[in-house]
Design a protein around this ligand. Sequence first.
Ligand code: RI2
Length: 326
Amino acid sequence: MADDYPGVDTFVEDTAEDIAKMEIRGAATIADAAAEALAVQADRSDAATPAAFRAQLRAAARRLYETRPTAVSLPNALRYVLQGIDGETVSELQESTITRAEEFQVDLEQAQERLGEVGANRLRDGDVVMTHCHSTDALSCVEAALDAGKHVEAIVKETRPRKQGHITARQLQEWGVPVTLVVDNAARRYLDDADHVLVGADSIAADGSVINKIGTSGLAVNARERGVPVMVAAQTIKLHPDTMTGHTVAIEMRDETEVLSEAERADITGGNPADEGLVVENPGFDVTPPRYVDAIVTERGQFPPESIVTLMRELFGDTTAEPWEA
Ligand SMILES: O=P(O)(O)OC[C@H]1O[C@H](OP(=O)(O)O)[C@H](O)[C@@H]1O
Protein backbone atom coordinates (compact mmCIF):
# COMPACT_ATOMS: atom_id res chain seq x y z
CA MET A 1 0.00 0.00 0.00
CA ALA A 2 2.77 2.42 0.99
CA ASP A 3 4.39 1.98 -2.48
CA ASP A 4 1.19 3.20 -4.14
CA TYR A 5 1.33 6.40 -2.08
CA PRO A 6 4.98 7.57 -2.00
CA GLY A 7 5.99 9.79 0.89
CA VAL A 8 2.71 9.34 2.75
CA ASP A 9 3.15 9.54 6.51
CA THR A 10 2.17 6.64 8.78
CA PHE A 11 -0.35 8.91 10.54
CA VAL A 12 -2.19 9.33 7.23
CA GLU A 13 -1.98 5.59 6.64
CA ASP A 14 -3.40 4.87 10.13
CA THR A 15 -6.17 7.45 9.69
CA ALA A 16 -7.10 5.95 6.32
CA GLU A 17 -7.24 2.46 7.83
CA ASP A 18 -9.40 3.70 10.71
CA ILE A 19 -11.82 5.35 8.27
CA ALA A 20 -11.97 2.21 6.12
CA LYS A 21 -12.60 0.01 9.18
CA MET A 22 -15.17 2.55 10.47
CA GLU A 23 -13.28 3.12 13.70
CA ILE A 24 -13.50 6.72 12.54
CA ARG A 25 -17.01 7.13 11.12
CA GLY A 26 -19.79 9.66 10.51
CA ALA A 27 -19.42 12.08 7.63
CA ALA A 28 -18.38 15.14 9.67
CA THR A 29 -16.00 13.14 11.87
CA ILE A 30 -14.35 11.63 8.79
CA ALA A 31 -13.85 15.13 7.30
CA ASP A 32 -12.31 16.38 10.53
CA ALA A 33 -9.93 13.40 10.70
CA ALA A 34 -8.91 13.84 7.04
CA ALA A 35 -8.01 17.51 7.59
CA GLU A 36 -6.03 16.55 10.68
CA ALA A 37 -4.16 13.87 8.72
CA LEU A 38 -3.16 16.36 6.02
CA ALA A 39 -1.85 18.73 8.70
CA VAL A 40 0.26 15.95 10.22
CA GLN A 41 1.48 14.94 6.75
CA ALA A 42 2.61 18.54 6.18
CA ASP A 43 4.18 18.88 9.60
CA ARG A 44 6.25 15.69 9.27
CA SER A 45 7.16 16.12 5.61
CA ASP A 46 10.79 15.50 4.68
CA ALA A 47 10.32 16.94 1.16
CA ALA A 48 13.36 18.74 -0.23
CA THR A 49 11.45 20.87 -2.73
CA PRO A 50 8.01 22.53 -2.93
CA ALA A 51 7.11 20.23 -5.83
CA ALA A 52 7.99 17.15 -3.78
CA PHE A 53 5.96 18.51 -0.86
CA ARG A 54 2.90 19.04 -3.04
CA ALA A 55 3.28 15.55 -4.55
CA GLN A 56 3.36 13.99 -1.08
CA LEU A 57 0.31 15.96 0.00
CA ARG A 58 -1.60 14.91 -3.12
CA ALA A 59 -0.66 11.28 -2.48
CA ALA A 60 -1.89 11.61 1.12
CA ALA A 61 -5.17 13.08 -0.13
CA ARG A 62 -5.59 10.21 -2.60
CA ARG A 63 -4.93 7.63 0.12
CA LEU A 64 -7.60 9.20 2.36
CA TYR A 65 -10.06 9.63 -0.53
CA GLU A 66 -9.92 5.97 -1.47
CA THR A 67 -11.17 4.74 1.90
CA ARG A 68 -14.95 5.16 1.61
CA PRO A 69 -16.88 6.39 -1.43
CA THR A 70 -20.21 7.82 -0.26
CA ALA A 71 -19.69 10.70 2.20
CA VAL A 72 -18.73 13.75 0.13
CA SER A 73 -17.52 15.54 3.24
CA LEU A 74 -14.27 13.62 2.76
CA PRO A 75 -13.33 14.96 -0.72
CA ASN A 76 -14.78 18.34 0.22
CA ALA A 77 -12.40 18.50 3.20
CA LEU A 78 -9.41 17.43 1.11
CA ARG A 79 -10.28 19.96 -1.60
CA TYR A 80 -10.67 22.77 0.93
CA VAL A 81 -7.19 22.16 2.35
CA LEU A 82 -5.42 21.49 -0.95
CA GLN A 83 -6.97 24.44 -2.76
CA GLY A 84 -6.03 26.84 0.00
CA ILE A 85 -2.33 26.19 0.41
CA ASP A 86 0.15 28.75 -0.72
CA GLY A 87 3.92 29.34 -0.38
CA GLU A 88 7.28 29.51 -2.17
CA THR A 89 9.27 27.28 0.16
CA VAL A 90 8.63 23.93 1.84
CA SER A 91 8.33 25.54 5.25
CA GLU A 92 5.83 28.13 3.96
CA LEU A 93 3.78 25.34 2.40
CA GLN A 94 3.93 23.34 5.63
CA GLU A 95 2.67 26.26 7.65
CA SER A 96 0.00 27.08 5.12
CA THR A 97 -1.32 23.49 5.05
CA ILE A 98 -1.51 23.32 8.83
CA THR A 99 -3.30 26.69 9.03
CA ARG A 100 -5.76 25.72 6.32
CA ALA A 101 -6.54 22.37 8.00
CA GLU A 102 -7.08 24.08 11.35
CA GLU A 103 -9.37 26.64 9.71
CA PHE A 104 -11.39 23.81 8.21
CA GLN A 105 -11.74 22.07 11.57
CA VAL A 106 -12.85 25.26 13.34
CA ASP A 107 -15.37 26.03 10.57
CA LEU A 108 -16.71 22.49 10.78
CA GLU A 109 -17.35 22.78 14.49
CA GLN A 110 -18.95 26.21 14.18
CA ALA A 111 -21.11 25.10 11.25
CA GLN A 112 -22.43 22.20 13.28
CA GLU A 113 -23.27 24.48 16.18
CA ARG A 114 -25.10 26.96 13.92
CA LEU A 115 -26.92 24.14 12.15
CA GLY A 116 -28.05 22.89 15.55
CA GLU A 117 -29.60 26.24 16.37
CA VAL A 118 -31.41 26.35 13.02
CA GLY A 119 -32.70 22.80 13.46
CA ALA A 120 -33.76 23.37 17.06
CA ASN A 121 -36.25 25.98 15.84
CA ARG A 122 -38.22 23.17 14.23
CA LEU A 123 -38.49 21.28 17.53
CA ARG A 124 -41.20 22.33 20.00
CA ASP A 125 -41.21 21.73 23.72
CA GLY A 126 -42.34 18.12 24.30
CA ASP A 127 -41.65 16.87 20.77
CA VAL A 128 -40.60 13.30 20.02
CA VAL A 129 -37.99 12.69 17.31
CA MET A 130 -37.37 9.40 15.56
CA THR A 131 -33.70 8.92 14.64
CA HIS A 132 -31.86 6.60 12.27
CA CYS A 133 -28.18 5.64 12.63
CA HIS A 134 -25.89 8.12 14.41
CA SER A 135 -25.44 11.62 13.07
CA THR A 136 -23.60 14.37 14.93
CA ASP A 137 -25.39 16.96 12.76
CA ALA A 138 -28.81 15.56 13.70
CA LEU A 139 -27.87 15.35 17.37
CA SER A 140 -26.67 18.96 17.41
CA CYS A 141 -30.31 19.98 16.70
CA VAL A 142 -31.48 18.05 19.74
CA GLU A 143 -28.67 19.48 21.86
CA ALA A 144 -29.58 23.05 20.88
CA ALA A 145 -33.26 22.40 21.65
CA LEU A 146 -32.28 21.09 25.10
CA ASP A 147 -30.05 24.13 25.64
CA ALA A 148 -33.06 26.31 24.82
CA GLY A 149 -34.91 24.59 27.68
CA LYS A 150 -37.15 22.35 25.55
CA HIS A 151 -38.09 18.84 26.61
CA VAL A 152 -37.36 16.37 23.81
CA GLU A 153 -37.87 12.61 23.68
CA ALA A 154 -36.51 10.14 21.16
CA ILE A 155 -37.46 6.94 19.42
CA VAL A 156 -34.15 5.53 18.29
CA LYS A 157 -33.96 3.00 15.47
CA GLU A 158 -31.39 0.29 16.12
CA THR A 159 -30.01 0.59 12.54
CA ARG A 160 -28.86 -2.79 11.38
CA PRO A 161 -26.40 -4.16 10.55
CA ARG A 162 -23.94 -2.21 12.73
CA LYS A 163 -26.49 -0.98 15.30
CA GLN A 164 -25.22 2.60 15.29
CA GLY A 165 -28.52 3.57 16.92
CA HIS A 166 -26.84 2.45 20.14
CA ILE A 167 -24.35 5.34 19.81
CA THR A 168 -27.29 7.75 19.41
CA ALA A 169 -29.09 6.23 22.39
CA ARG A 170 -25.97 6.54 24.55
CA GLN A 171 -25.48 10.20 23.65
CA LEU A 172 -29.14 11.06 24.24
CA GLN A 173 -29.09 9.27 27.59
CA GLU A 174 -26.07 11.32 28.61
CA TRP A 175 -28.10 14.45 27.86
CA GLY A 176 -31.03 13.15 29.91
CA VAL A 177 -33.30 12.56 26.90
CA PRO A 178 -35.80 9.72 27.42
CA VAL A 179 -35.08 7.08 24.74
CA THR A 180 -37.20 4.29 23.33
CA LEU A 181 -35.00 1.95 21.31
CA VAL A 182 -36.77 -0.03 18.57
CA VAL A 183 -35.65 -2.53 15.95
CA ASP A 184 -35.77 -1.16 12.41
CA ASN A 185 -38.79 -3.28 11.54
CA ALA A 186 -40.82 -1.56 14.28
CA ALA A 187 -40.26 1.96 12.93
CA ARG A 188 -43.57 2.31 11.05
CA ARG A 189 -45.56 1.26 14.10
CA TYR A 190 -43.82 3.87 16.26
CA LEU A 191 -44.08 6.70 13.73
CA ASP A 192 -47.52 7.43 15.18
CA ASP A 193 -45.73 8.50 18.38
CA ALA A 194 -43.20 10.73 16.60
CA ASP A 195 -43.43 14.44 15.72
CA HIS A 196 -40.36 14.42 13.45
CA VAL A 197 -38.05 12.05 11.70
CA LEU A 198 -34.58 13.51 12.25
CA VAL A 199 -31.65 12.10 10.27
CA GLY A 200 -28.24 13.20 9.00
CA ALA A 201 -26.72 12.83 5.55
CA ASP A 202 -23.55 11.56 3.96
CA SER A 203 -24.19 13.42 0.72
CA ILE A 204 -26.89 15.67 -0.70
CA ALA A 205 -27.36 15.67 -4.47
CA ALA A 206 -28.17 18.72 -6.57
CA ASP A 207 -31.79 17.59 -7.05
CA GLY A 208 -32.22 17.48 -3.27
CA SER A 209 -31.92 13.69 -2.93
CA VAL A 210 -30.50 12.65 0.41
CA ILE A 211 -27.90 9.90 0.57
CA ASN A 212 -27.82 8.51 4.08
CA LYS A 213 -27.50 5.26 6.01
CA ILE A 214 -29.38 2.34 4.48
CA GLY A 215 -32.98 2.37 5.67
CA THR A 216 -33.44 6.13 5.53
CA SER A 217 -35.50 6.04 2.33
CA GLY A 218 -37.96 3.46 3.65
CA LEU A 219 -38.32 5.44 6.85
CA ALA A 220 -38.99 8.63 4.90
CA VAL A 221 -41.64 6.99 2.70
CA ASN A 222 -43.39 5.60 5.77
CA ALA A 223 -43.15 8.96 7.51
CA ARG A 224 -44.82 10.68 4.56
CA GLU A 225 -47.61 8.12 4.64
CA ARG A 226 -48.04 8.75 8.37
CA GLY A 227 -47.82 12.55 8.02
CA VAL A 228 -44.61 12.89 10.04
CA PRO A 229 -42.21 15.54 8.67
CA VAL A 230 -38.70 14.44 7.71
CA MET A 231 -35.89 16.77 8.69
CA VAL A 232 -32.37 16.19 7.35
CA ALA A 233 -29.52 17.84 9.27
CA ALA A 234 -26.57 18.34 6.95
CA GLN A 235 -23.78 20.89 7.01
CA THR A 236 -22.93 22.33 3.63
CA ILE A 237 -19.85 20.09 3.36
CA LYS A 238 -22.39 17.31 2.71
CA LEU A 239 -23.41 18.98 -0.56
CA HIS A 240 -22.02 16.94 -3.44
CA PRO A 241 -20.64 19.29 -6.14
CA ASP A 242 -20.23 16.58 -8.82
CA THR A 243 -23.98 15.99 -8.86
CA MET A 244 -24.47 19.47 -10.35
CA THR A 245 -23.08 18.04 -13.59
CA GLY A 246 -25.11 14.85 -13.45
CA HIS A 247 -22.76 12.48 -11.60
CA THR A 248 -24.41 10.01 -9.26
CA VAL A 249 -23.17 9.29 -5.75
CA ALA A 250 -21.39 5.95 -5.31
CA ILE A 251 -23.07 3.72 -2.75
CA GLU A 252 -20.64 1.78 -0.59
CA MET A 253 -21.16 -1.98 -0.55
CA ARG A 254 -19.88 -3.40 2.73
CA ASP A 255 -18.66 -6.82 3.80
CA GLU A 256 -21.22 -9.59 4.12
CA THR A 257 -19.93 -10.55 7.57
CA GLU A 258 -21.65 -7.44 8.96
CA VAL A 259 -24.92 -9.17 8.06
CA LEU A 260 -24.12 -12.86 8.34
CA SER A 261 -21.35 -14.51 10.37
CA GLU A 262 -19.43 -17.41 8.87
CA ALA A 263 -21.19 -19.79 11.28
CA GLU A 264 -24.61 -18.43 10.22
CA ARG A 265 -23.66 -18.81 6.57
CA ALA A 266 -22.58 -22.40 7.18
CA ASP A 267 -25.84 -23.04 8.99
CA ILE A 268 -27.90 -21.82 6.02
CA THR A 269 -25.81 -23.57 3.39
CA GLY A 270 -25.67 -26.88 5.23
CA GLY A 271 -22.03 -26.61 6.29
CA ASN A 272 -20.67 -25.40 2.99
CA PRO A 273 -19.42 -21.84 3.72
CA ALA A 274 -18.27 -21.35 0.13
CA ASP A 275 -21.75 -22.04 -1.34
CA GLU A 276 -22.13 -19.55 -4.17
CA GLY A 277 -25.88 -20.03 -4.24
CA LEU A 278 -26.22 -17.72 -1.25
CA VAL A 279 -25.45 -14.08 -1.98
CA VAL A 280 -25.53 -11.44 0.75
CA GLU A 281 -25.89 -7.81 -0.30
CA ASN A 282 -24.89 -5.15 2.22
CA PRO A 283 -25.24 -1.60 0.86
CA GLY A 284 -24.24 1.01 3.42
CA PHE A 285 -26.49 3.78 2.11
CA ASP A 286 -29.61 4.55 0.13
CA VAL A 287 -31.09 7.49 -1.73
CA THR A 288 -34.18 9.29 -0.45
CA PRO A 289 -35.91 11.25 -3.23
CA PRO A 290 -36.51 14.93 -2.44
CA ARG A 291 -40.30 14.54 -2.40
CA TYR A 292 -40.05 12.63 0.89
CA VAL A 293 -37.92 15.27 2.61
CA ASP A 294 -39.50 18.32 4.26
CA ALA A 295 -36.40 20.33 5.10
CA ILE A 296 -32.64 20.21 4.76
CA VAL A 297 -31.19 22.02 7.74
CA THR A 298 -27.74 23.55 7.20
CA GLU A 299 -25.62 26.15 8.98
CA ARG A 300 -26.90 28.60 6.34
CA GLY A 301 -30.55 28.06 7.18
CA GLN A 302 -33.13 25.47 6.21
CA PHE A 303 -34.05 24.68 2.64
CA PRO A 304 -36.72 22.74 0.82
CA PRO A 305 -34.70 19.98 -0.91
CA GLU A 306 -35.60 21.25 -4.39
CA SER A 307 -33.87 24.57 -3.74
CA ILE A 308 -30.58 23.19 -2.41
CA VAL A 309 -28.99 23.46 -5.86
CA THR A 310 -28.97 27.25 -5.54
CA LEU A 311 -26.85 27.01 -2.41
CA MET A 312 -24.59 24.45 -4.09
CA ARG A 313 -23.92 26.77 -7.04
CA GLU A 314 -23.14 29.61 -4.67
CA LEU A 315 -20.72 27.54 -2.60
CA PHE A 316 -19.02 25.40 -5.20
CA GLY A 317 -19.40 27.20 -8.50
CA ASP A 318 -18.20 24.79 -11.14
CA THR A 319 -15.70 22.97 -8.92
CA THR A 320 -15.81 19.32 -9.82
CA ALA A 321 -12.12 18.43 -10.05
CA GLU A 322 -10.73 15.64 -7.90
CA PRO A 323 -9.32 17.12 -4.67
CA TRP A 324 -5.69 16.59 -5.74
CA GLU A 325 -6.31 18.27 -9.10
CA ALA A 326 -7.15 21.51 -7.32
O1 RI2 B 1 -21.70 13.85 9.83
P1 RI2 B 1 -22.65 13.17 10.77
O2 RI2 B 1 -23.93 13.96 10.91
O3 RI2 B 1 -22.02 12.84 12.11
O4 RI2 B 1 -23.03 11.74 10.14
C1 RI2 B 1 -23.69 11.67 8.90
C2 RI2 B 1 -23.93 10.27 8.49
O5 RI2 B 1 -22.73 9.50 8.51
C3 RI2 B 1 -23.05 8.16 8.91
O6 RI2 B 1 -22.46 7.22 8.04
P2 RI2 B 1 -21.39 6.12 8.58
O7 RI2 B 1 -21.80 5.68 9.96
O8 RI2 B 1 -20.03 6.77 8.55
O9 RI2 B 1 -21.49 4.99 7.59
C4 RI2 B 1 -24.56 8.05 8.95
O10 RI2 B 1 -25.13 7.68 7.71
C5 RI2 B 1 -24.91 9.47 9.35
O11 RI2 B 1 -26.26 9.81 9.11
